[in-house]
Design a protein around this ligand. Structure first.
Ligand SMILES: Nc1ncnc2c1ncn2[C@@H]1O[C@H](COP(=O)(O)OP(=O)(O)OP(=O)(O)O)[C@@H](O)[C@H]1O
Length: 580
């Protein structure tokens, strides 16, 4: 007896069903621009299925009329052969075209949505890569090749049965006795296969996430000498995947094997019974040949139906997963853009909580920074320094309170033009592009020369001109994936340079000193900003950086300002903190 579902399970099942239904109709809507090609492909699929259904009968007639000069039969046969071939060509080409276009359209929409996902809500990269690389194609296929398989299989089953009945109802009745048992067996085996496949997909995802993470952090793995342990953990996942693959393969093999044996049994039985009927003159040799072919058509159709139904279900599930991401809460983008009037920063009663967190990271935070002030932001790990930097740079929206930068109230209604607030993150993020393209990412200049001049200016500000000139190709040097062809210090200097592009009035340094010996680059950058009259907020744990600042603000538990004073007060010990 099946397990009884709880109310919550029933509700979840109902919800999943509704989600699939919505995904199906949305997918159809998405295919609207390709409808003409899809319709031609579908019509061609019906024609080719029809030709397929008529083929055995025609072959039987040709056999029975061999040697005769029946011109009309030859004409009809030629028409059938040619139209069947043409329809197959048209069906395949049209569906492949729609499949490509629909996949591209799904990918573009999904990618745009993923970029709009609020920071902090993003799913793990491996999951998103799988959605983009695999699921979009699976979803698109459900409308194209899978639907065609469904039409062909349905036509094969229906026409196979219909023609068997029309050639010999008695023979069909006898051989048909086996069909219900085969049908039930096929459904059960296909369900088992589906269950194993879902588990296999989850394990594959886990394995690819693990390998991706470990390869990205190879130095850590080597330093910790965990190569053997990581290989063992990865192998364990592969072994689990192997055992699940085995179950999938066995259920698939059992399914196809059952279909083969049952078809062969029916065929063998049919031919021996049919042979008797031919001998008695109740059936012609051509009719028996047609009958045997229709038996095959019916067997393949029934097998294809179950397979196509499974693939269609997987396609709809993939579409549902894609649309769930597309519909996920997008960050609110303010329409109105306002220039900063000064470098002043004003926060009043600011509160912020990450979606997945239990309590706010920042609560009732008020802070006032004058234009041109150089402020060190210190505090223990996890007290919310980076979060505060993200709030000031408008990367995260405050849940409550006011964040005002340069007289512009940041939030849902206003934003500042790009590059008005410079931000140098904790970890340098470089693309596999040239130094110039990395530093000037997202900037717009009338002339290429103007762009180069600005790049040279910021490279000079952070003391990066020297090493960039020494690179092969200078600013055109391609830095490799995540800056893999550069040293840690060089990466950070480019990251610092990017943060200063555009003559911003406010610069935020979020502890960008992790890789640099003596933090010379950060010190040089802070000095350049001071000379240029910029407001600087620098998150740091380094004493000599703190000493370059006018003021030290310390954050404590719950993102509260626990001390705020001048550098002098700090040096006297009036300001606490864990600066090392
Ligand atoms: N994307 C996120 N989702 C959920 N919680 C987060 C996220 N980012 C940070 N947090 C949590 O918010 C708190 C503050 O993190 P934040 O990075 O702002 O601290 P920090 O003071 O900069 O720390 P550190 O000095 O270690 O860099 C931490 O408890 C952290 O776990």
């Amino acid at each position: 007896m099946g397990k009884k579902l709880t109310d919550a399970e029933k509700a979840a099942k109902k919800e999943a069903k509704a989600r699939r239904k919505a995904a199906r109709s949305r997918l159809l809507g998405e295919a609207k621009p390709f409808l003409p090609t899809l319709l031609i492909g579908t019509c061609a699929a019906f024609v080719s299925s029809g030709a397929n259904a008529m083929l055995p009968k025609m072959l039987g007639r040709l056999l029975d009329n061999s040697g005769s000069a029946d011109a009309s039969l030859k004409r009809t046969a030629t028409l059938l052969f040619v139209s069947g071939g043409a329809a197959s060509f048209l069906r395949t080409a049209c569906m492949a075209l729609v499949e490509q276009d629909l996949t591209a359209s799904l990918k573009a929409g999904l990618f745009a949505s993923l970029l709009r996902t609020p920071l902090g809500d993003a799913a793990p990269p491996a999951e998103l890569t799988k959605l983009l690389d695999e699921e979009c194609e699976t979803a698109a296929k459900s409308l194209t090749s899978t639907s065609v398989s469904f039409v062909r299989s349905f036509s094969g089953t229906f026409n196979g049965f219909y023609n068997l009945m029309s050639i010999s109802p008695s023979l069909t009745m006898y051989s048909g006795l086996i069909v219900p048992a085969v049908g039930v067996g096929a459904i059960v085996l296909s369900k088992i296969k589906k269950k194993y496949k879902a588990r296999l997909t989850a394990v594959h995802l886990q394995a690819s996430k693990m390998s991706d993470e470990r390869l990205r952090n190879l130095p850590l793995v080597k330093l910790s000498a965990t190569e053997a342990a990581e290989t063992a953990a990865y192998s364990a996942l592969l072994a689990e995947a192997k055992s699940l693959s085995m179950s999938v393969a066995l259920s698939e093999g059992a399914y196809l094997g059952t279909m083969f044996t049952s078809t062969a049994v029916i065929l063998g039985y049919t031919l021996s019974m049919g042979g008797e009927m031919v001998k008695k003159g109740k059936l012609t040799a051509g009719q028996l040949t047609s009958y045997a072919s229709y038996t095959l058509l019916l067997g393949m159709g029934a097998a294809g139906l179950a397979k196509a139904a499974g693939e269609f279900g997987r396609g709809v599930d993939a579409a549902a997963a894609i649309y769930a991401k597309v519909d996920a809460k997008a960050e609110k983008k303010a329409e109105k853009e306002q220039e900063l009037k000064s470098g002043a920063i004003e926060l009043k009663d600011v509160r912020f909580q990450y979606g997945s967190a239990e309590k706010p990271v920042v609560s009732s935070l008020s802070l006032s920074i004058k234009s041109g002030e150089i402020v060190a932001l210190v505090g223990k790990n996890g007290t919310g320094k980076s979060t505060l930097v993200s709030l000031i740079s408008n990367l995260l929206p405050a849940d409550a309170g006011d964040v005002n930068v340069g007289g512009v109230p940041l939030g849902s209604s206003t934003k500042v033009p790009p590059h008005s607030i410079g931000l140098v993150p904790q970890h340098s993020s470089l693309f596999d592009a040239s130094v110039l393209d990395n530093v000037m990412y997202g900037t717009h200049f009338e002339s290429a020369r103007g762009r180069e001049i600005e790049c040279d200016r910021v490279l000079e500000l952070v003391g990066a001109s020297g090493f960039v000139k020494g690179l092969e190709g200078g600013k055109d040097f391609v830095v490799g994936e995540s800056g893999s062809r550069l040293s840690g210090g060089q990466k950070q200097r480019l990251s610092l340079a990017r943060g200063l592009v555009g003559g911003c009035k406010v610069v935020l340094f979020d502890e960008p000193d992790t890789y640099l010996e003596d933090n010379t680059a950060v010190a040089e950058a802070v000095k350049s900003c001071r000379d240029a009259g910029m407001t600087v907020v620098v998150v740091t744990h380094h004493l000599h950086i703190v000493r370059m600042c006018d003021r030290v603000v310390e954050l404590g538990e719950g993102g509260k300002v626990v001390s705020d004073g001048t550098l002098k007060e700090y040096e006297k010990g009036a300001v606490g903190g864990m600066v090392v």
